[in-house]
Design a protein around this ligand. Structure first.
Ligand code: NDP
Length: 320
């Protein structure tokens, strides 16, 4: 406690997102807890926790009693690169609602390409009644890039649909019931057996630009869809836009679904907007619903203050 009956304070630095919904559970359940919304920080010494989404670096400055930073999303790339980040634990959101939302988006996009919906949409526009040969799901090799919380959740919903699944991660997995690959050595064989690549990687120095021409060229070309498909809900910085367009135009990629871009919003001048093989959504695959996730963070702080360890702490040196 700080002072007589004051609880440790919370600062919300939610960038482009509205702060009020994130303040709600604190106001409702603990009106005595000091609550500040960046840039209005009248009592920096009272701030023990920062709830952050794309925070300015100044938001962390001169907070002598800061104990933890809570990312308002599953990713922490927007925090770990802040210059002079205070050396306190950084946690991220890991939650069933987020995973469920991402699962819906991933299944939608995988099925859209598997069932050749872009081609049927073009046929519909031309009033054309023509059947396109349809492979069975087990003939289609889906590769999940990033076998963490969301990658594993995606596998759990794609498996019952019958797809031939594999996953790639940084470190080897011995607890997987699908084929897994890891590290640079595992990347080429993983890509060679993948028709539909689902990307659920974090953005780090190691993964930035990983979706480039060399990677697209290594995807399977002998599959039933006639080329590779790239589905990216990780981060926009993973993909090299010009290489993606080149691969689509050259034909060895037959489709792409993108939820993330760099920069966001994607400028109207980007050729991705009008590309006939590209399906786009504006970073909505799995939004952090403040109504739900503010409670998750509220409970995490309450449990931490009751002596429990913080959950979902990221390794800042690893950047995820
Ligand atoms: P996790 O940290 O649980 O999983 C990350 C996975 O990526 C792990 O399997 C990890 O490997 C792997 N990975 C990290 N770096 C590398 C590397 N250099 N080479 C190979 N594999 C690597 O994260 P989540 O599953 O919870 O989330 C993943 C990302 O999804 C987030 O970071 C965020 O960017 C994005 N996201 C996007 C949303 C949207 O709406 N579009 C919503 C939510 C999240 P290992 O298992 O060995 O550690």
């Amino acid at each position: 406690m700080t002072g007589s009956n004051k609880l440790p304070g919370v600062l919300i630095a939610s960038g482009p997102w509205q702060a009020e919904p994130w303040a709600d559970p604190f106001r409702r359940h603990q009106p005595q807890r000091p609550l500040m919304i960046w840039p209005d920080v009248p009592d920096p010494g009272a701030v023990h926790y920062v709830l952050a989404w794309k925070p300015p670096s100044e938001a962390f400055r001169d907070l002598p009693n800061l104990r933890a930073i809570f990312s308002l999303g599953a990713g922490v790339d927007h925090i770990v690169h802040v210059p002079d980040l205070p050396k306190v634990p950084v946690t991220r959101l890991v939650d069933g609602d987020l995973a469920q939302r991402m699962n819906e988006w991933v299944v939608l996009q995988v099925l859209l390409h598997h069932r050749q919906h872009l081609a049927y949409a073009r046929q519909q526009a031309a009033s054309l009644w023509r059947e396109i040969a349809q492979p069975a799901a087990p003939e289609v090799r889906v590769g999940i890039m990033g076998y963490g919380e969301l990658g594993r959740a995606a596998v759990s919903v794609l498996r019952p649909l019958g797809f031939n699944l594999a996953a790639w991660s940084r470190t080897p997995k011995d607890d997987a019931d699908i084929q897994t690959y890891s590290g640079q050595d595992g990347l080429t064989p993983f890509l060679a057996r993948t028709d539909i690549l689902v990307v659920l990687l974090p953005l780090t120095d190691e993964t930035r630009g990983i979706l480039n021409r060399s990677l697209f060229e290594r995807l399977a070309r002998n599959g039933p869809l006639g080329g590779g498909v790239v589905i990216n809900a990780g981060r926009g910085g993973l993909q090299v836009e010009a290489d993606l367009i080149q691969a689509l135009d050259a034909g060895y990629l037959v489709g792409a679904s993108l939820d993330v871009f760099e920069p966001e919003p994607l400028p109207s001048s980007s050729p991705l907007w009008l590309h006939p093989k590209v399906v786009m959504t504006p970073h909505v695959a799995a939004t952090s619903e403040a109504d739900i996730q503010a409670d998750v963070i509220f409970r995490a702080i309450r449990d931490f203050e009751a002596g429990q360890p913080l959950r979902n702490v990221v390794d800042v040196s690893r950047q995820y």
